[in-house]
Design a binder for this molecule. Structure first.
Ligand SMILES: NC(=O)NC(NC(N)=O)C(=O)[O-]
Ligand SMILES: [Zn+2]
Ligand SMILES: [Zn+2]
Length: 512
């Protein structure tokens, strides 16, 4: 008997290690939960489930081609080069978009949908309608601004229940890393097991009472669990510094003046936080003690010292990425009118030189991806009448405008359609571990935006905007270029010519 055990034991251990290896290999992937109760005719404005989209400008990973994309049962089944060559297809099953651009739908991994608990700010229904109207086919919802915050498996369940039957695009969820679950890692483990795509934390006060800030030690503890799940932490990286003499100066400054606010959150806050983060991300490299974990810095505004620290960390092999947002690429502190609190966000929008350097970093690939940080609130908290930058809610409302804004401001800097698609689809999908999305490739979900880059429009009161309290968006009143025509989510035509499909057939994306 003894002999038998000694013979079997090595074989058994090899088998177990194989199983463990494959389990972890596959662990950073996300699954869709299609609990759709609606008939197809309600989910899509198109009657077909097998059809072709043709265009002279299709953005694929191999470049822009002229041809068609064949879609069947929600997936891309072939990509055919050559405009007008759809093979066997019947005429009525071909949607010919001519020279409109066919691109992967945008994946916005930084969106505050605020439900449950603060649906007067935003919600799954309005937020995902806005996403669909803007060509955003997947959003990843932030764990705060909703109430209660998503920091445990129980609070995630409340989120999932609240989202049911209300989402027009696919939605994934970040959990929150807060001191409570960083000090009791079983709660964090359970939250990750329940399917959040990763966790978000703040290194400064979040403005939300039940979402307290974390120290670098909390983050380090969180990373040890994230390494096991191969999922990222996404961090709001601002670390409050002593003002020194600044405080007195600011005390007497006019709160209606944007510069007063700007001076309260200098680039040194971002730099200090990122310095701490790269201090821990060094262990995420291959062979490091935190291999498998990943550090992602959200909404970078400082394009100087903070960015240099990230570049350095990347060049030594850390698993680290960074995003910035359209408002840092579109606006400058010099042009923000007195008292116009629509522009208040943190970190703040900085000067024109900073903006130019951010664009440079985006185009050179040092900034990995773009997100909106769509973070709306109610007019009472945005304080437009009062115009007090110090007291107003920080957060910019813009989910529906991602594509035209990035394009309108980016084309002057030489942004190409291929770059746009990397920044808004492929790299966000990779960060969130959503493997079946982000590119127009055979086998992927047919998540597609069709848009006309050359078409201009005014964001005035006649323009159909679906975000709540759209009048609080800093983009209202702008003339933009790049009109979204149609949006497909898993082959369902969910938005066309200003109209949505009758039913909300988006699905929840949970990590497995
Ligand atoms: N509680 C928030 O939504 N905060 C957000 N506010 C901003 N960006 O001004 C954020 O993501 O930091
Ligand atoms: Zn933030
Ligand atoms: Zn945010």
């Amino acid at each position: 008997m003894d002999q038998f055990i000694w013979r079997v034991l090595p074989l058994l251990s090899i088998l177990v290690s194989f199983l463990v290896f494959f389990y972890f290999q596959n662990s950073h992937t996300a699954q869709l939960y299609p609990l759709i109760k609606f008939p197809r005719s309600k989910c899509s404005l198109l009657p077909h489930h097998h059809f072709w989209i043709s265009s002279k400008r299709i953005v694929t990973p191999q470049g822009i081609i002229s041809g068609s994309v064949e879609i069947n049962e929600g997936r891309i089944v072939s990509v055919i080069e050559g405009y007008g060559k759809q093979g066997q297809s019947k005429q009525e099953e071909i949607i010919d978009y001519g020279d409109a651009v066919v691109m992967p739908g945008l994946i916005d991994v930084h969106v505050h949908l605020d439900e449950p608990g603060r649906t007067e700010w935003e919600g799954f229904d309005t937020g995902t309608r806005a996403a669909a109207a803007g060509g955003v086919t997947t959003v990843v919802d932030m764990p705060l601004n909703n109430y209660p915050s998503t920091v445990s498996k129980e609070t995630l369940k409340l989120k999932l229940d609240a989202a049911e039957d209300k989402i027009y695009v696919d939605v994934g969820f970040w959990g929150g890393l807060v001191p409570e679950n960083a000090l009791n890692l079983t709660i964090l483990d359970d939250l990750l097991s329940a399917g959040v795509l990763g966790v978000k934390s703040f290194m400064c006060p979040s403005g939300i009472n039940d979402f307290p800030m974390t120290t670098i030690d909390h983050i380090k503890a969180g990373l040890s669990v994230l390494a096991k799940y191969k999922r990222p932490i996404v961090v709001h990286a601002e670390l409050q510094q002593d003002y020194g003499n600044h405080l007195d100066i600011n005390d007497n400054r006019d709160p209606h003046d944007y510069l007063t606010y700007l001076n309260t959150r200098p680039p040194s806050w971002e730099e200090a936080a990122i310095r701490q983060l790269v201090g821990v991300s060094k262990d995420t490299g291959i062979g490091g003690p935190l291999e498998g974990a990943h550090v992602h810095i959200v909404h970078l505004s400082d394009s100087s010292a903070s960015l240099d620290l990230i570049k350095e960390a990347k060049s030594r092999g850390d698993s680290i990425t960074v995003e910035t947002c359209p408002h840092y690429l579109a606006f400058t502190s010099e042009e923000i009118p007195n008292g116009d609190t629509r522009f208040k966000c943190s970190p703040p929008i900085r000067d024109a030189h900073n903006k130019d350097k951010l664009w440079e970093a985006v185009l050179e690939g040092h900034i990995d991806l773009l997100t909106t940080d769509h973070s709306p609130t109610v007019p009472e908290l945005k304080l437009l009448e009062e115009g007090d930058f110090l007291k107003a809610w920080g957060g910019i409302s813009s989910l529906q405008f991602n594509l035209p804004v990035t394009w309108s401001y980016g084309k002057k800097y030489g942004l190409t359609l291929e770059q746009l698609s990397l920044l808004w689809s492929k790299r966000p999908a990779a960060l969130a571990g959503i493997e079946s999305k982000g590119t127009i490739e055979v086998g992927n979900h047919a998540d597609i935006v069709v848009w006309q880059p050359e078409q201009e429009f005014d964001l005035d009161d006649n323009y159909p905007v679906f975000i709540k309290h759209y009048e609080l968006s800093a983009y209202m009143g702008r003339r933009l270029s790049g009109k979204v025509l149609d949006t497909f989510v898993r082959g369902n035509l969910v938005f066309k010519d200003g109209k949505h499909a009758p039913a909300a057939c988006g699905v929840q994306i949970l990590a497995t």
